[in-house]
Design a binder for this molecule. Structure first.
Ligand SMILES: *[C@@H]1O[C@H](CO)[C@@H](O)[C@H](O)[C@H]1NC(C)=O
Ligand SMILES: [Zn+2]
Length: 429
């Protein structure tokens, strides 16, 4: 009997991630001449790109069982280097779940019975509770905004942090969002940690006094939730009203849904694709929240950061076509400053940050992205962070929760460097 209970508990636990049975992940190394070939293989073999291969650095992709043989063969023929990263993706995800549960238990005890959302990967409810807690505990500097409800009705919450209630119109505003791509779990804690450093554990008071901050940890709560409950590699929103296929293939890639050269490049018109941009620009309530934040504060936004993973990169416009913007020099200088600041704090086994134009660094252009949109409407400094990713160890798939603290701390150092420099440049305008 006992055994039976145990067996059924295990069965329940391991029923999760079943859709990934047989999936493998690969490191891919692509030389400059072969990026076009690689591009055509993405469609042909439905490659799921977790980290883009770039010049001189391998990427990581997921490949379904039915495509592995063909993919390996074509890659070999094209001279694209392919190495198995994880032989059994499902098994590694099961291992991650166990580690995460243990890490959460330990952090709960360590923090006196509270969940600190920058101390582990947390579900959306814990993150929302944290936002509410900050608003209730520090009403003089932090105001919770319940901007809208997501497609499935979850609150999309952000914090406005200001010593002057957003009323001092001479202050530059800094906007940071995370979690637009559901599966990029390291993104939201970098934003919640920024909240912590501006409100709870203030070691750089100039950053609090000099700027107004808007911090939105999870743009896409439905997708984020879904990565915990159903599909670990879900990327999109969960809307079902975008195409006749949306019932069967829900969701829109939020970072293709912004109104800038919408649907022109790096997108797919199939609703089943992970890079489906939606039926029209800003079809998603989640991206409209980001749009409205940008529009409402446009005159004062000095810096916009959108947090993604992974790849250890800081990328700037124009990401849809690889051209440099009128502010390319400023964009580059501030990016280098942020990257240098992070690299100084980073661990030796983390890759150094790479900085540059999104489309040129990735050898891949994408339209309708938040970074391009913000810049196009007038935000002078607009960046996509690709945070560090993946477990370097022997077991597990995702970046181990033991590395979250490191990533959020070093990212905060990058944010502080970017904020100060953006503030100096802003005053000169
Ligand atoms: C790329 O896009 C930007 C922004 O829309 C535009 O100003 C630039 O001319 C484009 N570059 C090319 C080569 O079309
Ligand atoms: Zn992303």
């Amino acid at each position: 009997m006992k055994l039976l209970v145990l067996a059924s508990l295990l069965a329940l636990a391991f029923a999760k991630h079943e859709e990934y049975i047989g999936w493998k992940s690969y490191y891919v190394g692509v030389s400059d001449a072969d990026f076009n070939t690689f591009g055509s293989m993405i469609d042909k073999y439905e490659l799921d790109i977790l980290s883009h291969p770039i010049s001189g650095r391998e990427g990581v992709i997921l490949v379904k069982p039915e495509h592995q043989a063909g993919f390996e063969q074509d890659a070999a023929a094209a001279g694209i280097s392919v190495k198995v990263h994880r032989e059994d993706v499902k098994k590694e995800l099961d291992y991650d779940d166990m580690m995460l549960e243990r890490h959460n238990r330990e952090s709960f005890v360590r923090n006196g019975g509270r969940n600190l959302p920058y101390d582990s990967y947390q579900q959306i409810e814990a993150i929302n509770n944290y936002i509410d807690y900050i608003g209730a505990t520090y009403p003089n500097v932090a105001k919770v905004v319940n901007a809208a409800n997501s497609f499935e009705g979850r609150p999309i919450k952000y914090l406005k942090i200001s010593t002057t209630n957003f009323e001092d119109l001479s202050k530059p505003v800094i906007v940071i969002d995370g979690g637009i791509h559901a599966r990029e779990w390291i993104s939201p804690p970098t934003v919640t940690y920024a909240i912590n450093k501006l409100v709870e554990d203030v070691t750089e008071p100039d950053l609090l006094n000099r700027f107004d901050w808007i911090l939105l940890p999870v743009v896409n709560p439905d997708g984020y939730k879904f990565t915990f409950t159903n599909s670990r590699f879900w990327r999109k929103t969960r809307s079902t009203d975008q195409s006749s296929l949306s019932g069967f293939c829900p969701g829109v890639d939020g970072n293709r849904n912004f109104d800038f050269h919408f649907g022109t490049t790096g997108t797919s018109s199939s609703a089943c694709s992970d890079i489906y941009p939606g039926s029209k620009a800003f079809s998603e309530v989640e991206t409209r929240v980001v749009r409205d934040i940008i529009q409402e504060n446009l005159a004062r936004i000095a810096l916009y950061l959108t947090m993604h993973s992974f790849g250890s990169m800081i990328l700037y416009p124009w990401g849809h076509n690889g051209s440099f913007s009128h502010n390319a020099f400023g964009l580059h200088v501030v990016a280098v400053e942020m990257a240098n600041a992070i690299d100084k704090e980073s661990l030796p086994n983390f890759p150094r940050y790479i900085v540059g134009n999104s489309a040129l660094v990735l050898n891949y252009g994408a339209s309708g992205a938040a970074e391009d949109y913000a810049h196009s409407v007038g935000v002078p400094l607009s960046y996509t962070y690709e945070l560090p990713g993946l477990s370097g160890g022997m077991q597990g798939f995702n970046l181990s929760p033991v590395h979250i603290q490191q990533v959020v701390r070093e990212t905060w150092v990058g944010i502080t460097a970017g904020a100060r420099r953006a503030g100096d440049l802003f005053r000169q305008q």
